[in-house]
Design a protein around this ligand. Sequence first.
Ligand SMILES: [Zn+2]
Length: 74
Amino acid sequence: MKYLVLLVVLVLGYAWWRAQRRAEKPRHTPPPAVPAPQDMVACAHCGVHLPRTESVTHGPRSYCCAEHQRKDAH
Ligand SMILES: [Zn+2]
């Protein structure tokens, strides 16, 4: 019975310690900057998704690189 009480105290102490650590964390590290949502497009050749600003746009179709744009044209 004595050991059971000791175990409960240890578990509660560990839980309290974990809760304290979790509560303190945001104060020490600023929340990660959330990148602005970007318009994603899929490469019409290989299907990889990438931001529209990094894609090679050819008419209504978008490609991940100029090579895929060239390959799809033929
Ligand atoms: Zn591609």
